[in-house]
Design a protein. Sequence first.
Length: 103
Amino acid sequence: MTAETETTVAATGSCCSPAGGCHGDGVADVQVGAVTTVYKVSGMSCGHCEGAVSGEISEIEGVGSVKAVAATGEVTVVSAAPLAEEAVRAAVDEAGFELVGLA
């Protein structure tokens, strides 16, 4: 690190963000104006299932983050705008599962 970089990091809190947070610090990034929707998906039973569903949904335009939880069957999606249910249904179907609806 150069002296200039060290000064910048010290002044802003970290190299990752002005607030000083970093990836994995337990604080979720917040998207201003984002829409959070929770869907119910049937058939997920493990981490691989969660990854498959998350991966397919994350490919939908405007999706910022996806968190699938097999134990509850819930998939939380943060997007720039509300998503068309047909697009989410198609993504979940592509992953091999069934979209039940909103949780």
